[in-house]
Design a protein around this ligand. Structure first.
Ligand SMILES: *[C@@H]1O[C@H](CO)[C@@H](O)[C@H](O)[C@H]1NC(C)=O
Ligand SMILES: *[C@@H]1O[C@H](CO)[C@@H](O)[C@H](O)[C@H]1NC(C)=O
Length: 190
């Protein structure tokens, strides 16, 4: 959501021509969180205005989550004309709508970005079994879901899974493995 506000100071000349001078515009540069944030990742949100305050004042920033105070694990750092939040490590409860509000020289704007944190779930399965893994992603617009698999540890070595005889990717975003094999062992991320 973007609130756009410009204020004008107007005066009348005797000729009844209206004279207006713009007091300026304060507008937050839109910011977004990455789409596939997993529990345990580090998340950064950065908020700044589109242009410096012409009146020379220091903007003051305020953050909130779903209209309430931020969790105590969220670190806020403000450096002059921009402000950041960092959550490290992030957990599923940190999902929500983060609003940055800025006030400067009597002007105000706010911008809200949605954070969706996905939690990995353990799936145990035996060879030959039919397996469906659902993806917990949600949001508007509904995100396009793709699947990646890693055989090692950590985020290195993820390989995209494409539709094949063994792996089906239905419209609802689930991953369907027709018949589980030993080679399907690994960490899946959607
Ligand atoms: C966040 O905003 C989106 C869209 O504006 C809304 O659908 C969703 O319910 C909100 N989430 C929370 C936790 O308020
Ligand atoms: C998605 O569709 C597949 C079949 O095409 C089904 O097995 C699976 O349960 C569905 N997942 C959800 C979350 O509805």
């Amino acid at each position: 959501m973007m609130i756009y506000r410009s204020e004008f100071i107007c005066g009348f000349l005797l000729t009844s021509v209206i004279l207006c001078t713009s007091k300026g515009i304060l507008e937050i540069q839109p910011f977004f969180f990455p789409q596939s944030i997993m529990e345990g990742d580090r998340v950064l949100g950065a908020c700044t205005t589109k242009s410096g305050d012409k009146s020379g004042g220091q903007p003051s920033f305020k953050w909130s989550k779903d209209g309430n105070d931020l969790s105590t694990r969220t670190q806020v750092k403000t450096f002059g004309d921009f402000s950041t939040i960092v959550i490290d490590p992030v957990s599923e409860e940190d999902s929500g709508n983060y609003t940055c509000s800025v006030t400067s020289g009597g002007l105000h704007d706010s911008f809200t970005a949605q954070l969706t944190v996905m939690a990995p779930s353990d799936v145990n399965s035996f060879s030959g079994e039919f397996l469906v893994i659902n993806c917990k992603a949600s949001g508007k617009p509904v995100p396009t879901i793709s699947w990646m698999k890693s055989e090692g540890k950590g985020i290195d070595g993820y390989v995209a899974i494409s539709e094949s005889e063994m792996h089906r990717l239905p419209q609802n975003g689930s991953l369907v493995i027709e018949s589980v094999r030993k080679s399907d062992e690994g960490i899946y991320q959607c």
